[in-house]
Design a protein around this ligand. Sequence first.
Ligand SMILES: *[C@@H]1O[C@H](CO)[C@@H](O)[C@H](O)[C@H]1NC(C)=O
Ligand SMILES: *[C@@H]1O[C@H](CO)[C@@H](O)[C@H](O)[C@H]1NC(C)=O
Ligand SMILES: *[C@@H]1O[C@H](CO)[C@@H](O)[C@H](O)[C@H]1NC(C)=O
Ligand SMILES: *[C@@H]1O[C@H](CO)[C@@H](O)[C@H](O)[C@H]1NC(C)=O
Ligand SMILES: *[C@@H]1O[C@H](CO)[C@@H](O)[C@H](O)[C@H]1NC(C)=O
Ligand SMILES: *[C@@H]1O[C@H](CO)[C@@H](O)[C@H](O)[C@H]1NC(C)=O
Length: 229
Amino acid sequence: MVKKQLLCCWGWLIIFNHLLLAALVCSKSHGNPANDLVDIINNNRTAHKLPKLNDSSGLGCIALQYAELCKGNCTSNNTVNCKPSEDDFTEVFAPNCGVELPTFDTITAHIVGCQSKYLEPSLAFEHVLVRDRKALSILRNKSHTEVGVGMVRAHKGPFFWCVLFSSGKTNSTFVLENRGEGIHQKKGCYSGSSIPCGAGQRNDSSLLNNVTIIAFLCAVYLFQQLHFN
Ligand SMILES: *[C@@H]1O[C@H](CO)[C@@H](O)[C@H](O)[C@H]1NC(C)=O
Ligand SMILES: *[C@@H]1O[C@H](CO)[C@@H](O)[C@H](O)[C@H]1NC(C)=O
Ligand SMILES: *[C@@H]1O[C@H](CO)[C@@H](O)[C@H](O)[C@H]1NC(C)=O
Ligand SMILES: *[C@@H]1O[C@H](CO)[C@@H](O)[C@H](O)[C@H]1NC(C)=O
Ligand SMILES: *[C@@H]1O[C@H](CO)[C@@H](O)[C@H](O)[C@H]1NC(C)=O
Ligand SMILES: *[C@@H]1O[C@H](CO)[C@@H](O)[C@H](O)[C@H]1NC(C)=O
């Protein structure tokens, strides 16, 4: 009897260890799709002999605010119908991120796109963001020096991406207060940050928590079985 229960428990432990591993692998490759998209943008630029763009977390966070404001304005054919005002950038987006206003620089261009289902960053780049000549010429513009990417999902709705370009100098523009930490974002992901996506995006951390709790309960159960028999 005890042996059977022990075996059962080991079975569960093995299954959950596999889940744990899968969750770890997933969170590693999908930790932050916004960062992946910056890499894709830079690889595309360098393949065309253009300099890499610096990844600005302040600009990335502003891109996330843009996406957050516009996430409801994705049309049925995946085009975006949304025009934030210039004031939104300095009066809403920057303060929401904790970007120090004096360091706010010119945003030279933006590319936005939305898609009803989640696409890997490389597919989002090709099919959502850079799907016409206009977007391609923005991507290859020589006057950009830095980039920021934000991504958020409307509640059970489409995934919204925003790429912002600036001609500023990275370490003195879009500086985040609190020694570069800025204001914690509850939703979505943005580039230049080591933080994975916020809630409502992917739930790797809650999966990990569940696995840990179940493994712990299993260990307690195992201990009791050993102890009382
Ligand atoms: C997408 O829909 C909008 C209106 O909802 C329309 O103006 C636009 O032409 C459509 N674009 C394509 C590519 O079908
Ligand atoms: C989003 O779309 C609605 C309806 O077309 C429009 O009234 C609103 O101004 C749009 N939002 C922005 C920020 O452009
Ligand atoms: C590149 O971006 C700058 C700043 O937005 C703009 O003035 C210029 O016309 C763009 N160049 C091209 C080739 O699109
Ligand atoms: C860069 O991106 C464009 C648009 O998706 C694509 O057509 C082109 O092949 C890419 N270039 C490289 C070298 O990947
Ligand atoms: C990009 O970042 C690097 C390292 O932080 C810095 O040396 C360089 O000056 C930056 N380039 C621009 C154009 O801001
Ligand atoms: C910004 O860059 C300059 C020159 O590259 C450097 O002296 C300065 O310490 C940097 N500032 C920060 C906050 O990293």
